[in-house]
Structure formats: structure tokens, C-alpha cells
Design a protein around this ligand. Sequence first.
Ligand SMILES: [Mg+2]
Length: 335
Amino acid sequence: MISEVELIKRIRRFPSPPSPPDLLKGIGDDCAVFRPGGADTLSLITTDTLVEGVHFDLSWHPPQLLGQKAAAVNLSDIAAMGGIPRFALLSMAIPTTMAVSNVDAVLEGFLHALTHAGVSLIGGDTVRSDQGLTLSVTVIGEVESGQVLYRSGAKAGDQIWVSGWLGQAAAGLALCRQGQAERKALYPALLDAHLAPKPETALGRALAQSGLVTAMIDMSDGLASDLAHLCEESGLGALVRAESLPISGDCREASQALGLVPEGLAISGGEDFSLLFTAPPAARNAIAGLAGQAVGGQLHLIGEMIEGQGVLLSGDGPSRHIEFQGFDHFSGDRP
Ligand SMILES: [Mg+2]
């Protein structure tokens, strides 16, 4: 089946009208960016669709947490631009067999996440589905024009940072798939990462306002893919040190129990929804301080931007290319 990268290339091949001057960024970033009415505040817009059987499995995903996740994955894209989320639209394709109480639970989780983020639901659509539940969400946000962060601003020599642990959501998904209740109960943080990810809205804002960050993307498809996108848009390569990959003790322990390689989950497991960003080495202490004070989160340095192309992983042996080894929704191998 066609990959997302290939599909975007094909879309770009079609003739399109000239880009209007108030459009600052179309396809190719976490959000489209435009300047309404010449204002200093830019508008951000993003959309994401979650399909039953491809992105979630209701046999283990509580509907309330699914609603929360549908909001979170979109809020994460606004965070990746350094923006403030404002409005949301929700379209649902609902199976005729779905209990109304479960529809209510999805809505409750979705609206809870929006309320927590200060976002208003302003519209959407509902249709009948013969093929499972689909949730399609659009979020509109805003950001000051001097503070918007694109994928394209990284410079050679910039350090590469990630917020939080990598591979948590993939380990949580593996636990859910395997389905052993006693084992799942041991790793609530991993399950949470898969079932109810938290967008890094406050961190995204703090990083944008700091003026220290050169490029940013959220981690939806896995480090190998998301960093490759940032590299492509910045016209550079990246070198990641295997020993610097932030992998939690829980992830290592659960991986061992499940017969999985934790580094593999960290590199190609998707859906962590942490932020991946670049900044010059001189900003290192300021960024580390900012994480501690402003957001209380953990930031990890994992490598640096280099001249060239692709994502190199350095470990014990020779460095190897890992770009685009992440989860591609079109490859049809999840959940
Ligand atoms: Mg994104």
C-alpha cells in the first residue's frame, strides 16, 4: 500500500494555484500556518483521523480514554508549532451497533481533554459507519508570528532534544496486544502512554517563547521517522547516539518480558507525542533549566544535526541509517 510520504509527494505533483501570500506553511509541517488579515498572531490548523482496527482496538481501549487520545494527538501538533490551541471540530463515523453509553464515553473523554486545554468544540459531523468507529478531529490554534517553530529551522551543529521517554506508547501497545492482565497491571505508565497520551502544550509554549529553539516536531510516528522529517525540511542529516536514547526502566523491563528490544521501540515505536526539537549547543543550560522550572518535565539530549541527509544511529559498531523506520499508518500493521 502507498506510504504517507509517497502520497504527499504525489499530491505535490498535481498542479495547484499559486500559494496566497497569507499562507506561510502548507503541507509539510505539524500544522498549516496562515496570517489572517495581516495580523501579528498566526493561525495554526491541523487534522488527524483515528480508525478502529488501524489506530485503536476497543477490546482494550476504554472509550473515554480513546476520546481523550483523539484530542491529544491534535493538540500535540499545535504544541509542536509552539502554539496555543483554541478551537476544535469533531467528525465521527459511528457503527450502528455501538452502544450509546460508549458514544457518550468517547465524547466525555474528548471534551474533558479540550476543557483541560482551554479549547472550545465549535462543530463537526456525524455519519453512520458499517466498518467500525472513526474519529476525525481538526484543531485550530494560534501563535505569535515571531515565535512559530517549524521543522525547517535546524542548523548543522544544533543539538537534538526529546521531552520524556521514548518507546513508552509502543511498549504499552505491546502489553495490550499480549493481553495478560497481571503483566499489564505492573506497568500503568506504559499503558497510559498508549491509551491516554498527554500533549506537551506547556512545554511547546515555553520552548517557543524562549527563542532558543531552531526546529520542532511532535513524536507521532517514532523517532526514526519524525527526526527524518525534521532533517528533510531542514536540509540536513542527524546523528543519534544509541546510548543516549531515553528509555525508562519500565520500558526495559516490559520489553524483556515481552521478548522485544527496547531500543527498537524507542527508535521505531510511534505515538509517544513528546516533542523533538533542536537548539544550538550554547542554549543547552538554558533549555535544561527551562524544563526544570517551567514544565517540570524531563528533557534528554540524544544527538546533533549534521551536514548530509538521513538519520544515523551510532552505537558499538559502525553508524547505521535508521530514517523512516517508524510506524506508517498506511502500512496496516497496527494495532
Ligand atoms: Mg505531528
